[in-house]
Every structure is written in C-alpha cells, then in structure tokens.
Design a protein around this ligand. Structure first.
Ligand SMILES: CC(C)(COP(=O)(O)OP(=O)(O)OC[C@H]1O[C@@H](n2cnc3c(N)ncnc32)[C@H](O)[C@@H]1OP(=O)(O)O)[C@@H](O)C(=O)NCCC(=O)NCCS
Length: 183
C-alpha cells in the first residue's frame, strides 16, 4: 500500500533506514509496556518479516511508519493483520514508540487513517482492536474512534509476569462511514 497523508500524520511503508529504530522500540519494555511481551527475535528475522509482510495478510510486522506531517521524524508504527483462519475480520495495532510524541493525537490520527484505507481498499466489514483492559490510552484511542467494546478475553495475554484480560473492540464499515439514508 502507498503512503496515507493526514494531517496531522503521514503513514508510509517502512524503509530500510527505519527498521533499527522500530526494532529498538520493540525490545524496550518501557516503550512497549503495557502493549505486549517484548520481541526476542533477531534484527535479521525482524527485517525479513517486514519485507515479507506485503504478501502475508496474517503478518504482525509493521506496515506503516507514522510521521508527524510534513516529513517529521518517525514517531511510531502501525499494522494490520487477519487474526483468524476463517473469520473475515482484520485487526489493527499501533505503537507510538517515541514517548515524547505520545498524547499529541498522533496515535488516534494514524489509526483513523489506517481504518479508512482498509475500508477503502478491501471488502472487510469489521475491523478489530485487541488491547489489555488496563491500557488506558489504547482503550481511549479505540473508543474515541468509534470502536465498540464487544467483550473481554480473560487471561489472554501474558506480559510483565502475569496474565492480563484483553478487551475486544470492533467497528463496522457502516459505523466508520455512516451512509446517508437518502443517498
Ligand atoms: C496507545 C498509544 C498508541 C496511544 O497513542 P497516543 O498518540 O499517545 O494517543 P493519542 O494522543 O492519539 O490519544 C488517544 C486517546 O488516549 C488518551 N490518552 C493518551 N495518553 C494517555 C495517558 N497517558 N493517559 C490517559 N489517556 C491518554 C487521549 O486523551 C486520547 O483520548 P481522547 O480522544 O478521549 O482525548 C500509545 O500510548 C502507545 O504507543 N502505547 C504503547 C503501545 C500500545 O499500548 N499500543 C496499543 C496496543 S493495543
């Protein structure tokens, strides 16, 4: 997929020069907390996963980097993947890796742009987010974009030494882009 222009952010596919920075975010517990467990693969494995992602709908690798427009430094990354072998749903994930760039609306804007691109370029009807129930910024981002909480997966994610409940959010095409009933 090509770049997606905001404002306030621009999304573009990761370039080789971005990968070490993203990989370092993944390996820093203070950056990803309370996102997930920490990446343990090598940089070469990570780089290959990014290269292979465009032809693998289930890949969890970063699909876009997030730049505050215009041409700002890379502050984060977002991705999307098919989480289930049968169900026709897509999940999005997001990371503002530069802690100084959090809380400025970049995460919410980036995910909004990604949602619109996915709805515009595929037939998907529902897009989901899975996030730790205690991840307040992530919960607020999802709810602020109009995602509905559909349920809770109990003890579904292990990180920081214990099991965490995971909230399941979803938004449908109609909820993201309400059709004019007259149109
Ligand atoms: C989740 C994350 C991407 C949010 O990105 P961000 O750019 O900081 O968030 P935004 O500025 O777009 O804000 C989104 C919402 O969260 C709220 N928020 C942001 N930081 C917050 C904080 N520290 N505490 C409480 N609320 C916060 C904002 O007020 C906003 O809600 P609102 O629209 O109701 O005002 C970022 O915190 C992050 O990268 N966290 C680590 C990785 C992670 O948890 N990813 C999600 C995994 S499911």
């Amino acid at each position: 997929m090509g770049p997606i222009d905001g404002p306030p952010v621009r999304l573009r596919p990761p370039a080789a020069a971005d990968l070490l920075r993203i990989f370092e975010w993944y390996r820093d517990p203070e950056v990803v907390a309370p996102f997930d467990r920490f990446g343990s693969e090598s940089f070469d494995v990570f780089r290959r996963s990014v290269d292979d992602a465009p032809t693998d709908p289930s890949s969890l690798a970063p699909r876009f980097v997030v730049e505050p427009a215009p041409e700002g430094p890379v502050v984060g990354t977002v991705g999307h993947y098919q989480p289930h072998p049968v169900l026709e749903t897509v999940e999005v994930w997001y990371l503002i890796g530069d802690p100084a760039a959090r809380g400025r609306g970049y995460g919410k804007a980036a995910v909004g742009l990604l949602l619109d691109r996915l709805f515009d370029t595929s037939a998907v009807e529902r897009i989901g987010i899975s996030c730790d129930v205690n991840n307040v910024p992530s919960v607020r981002l999802a709810e602020g974009l109009g995602f509905r909480r559909e349920g809770t997966l109990r003890s579904a994610l292990f990180h920081h030494g214990r099991w965490h409940d995971v909230a399941q959010y979803g938004i449908t095409r109609a909820e993201r882009s309400p059709r004019d009933p007259q149109g």
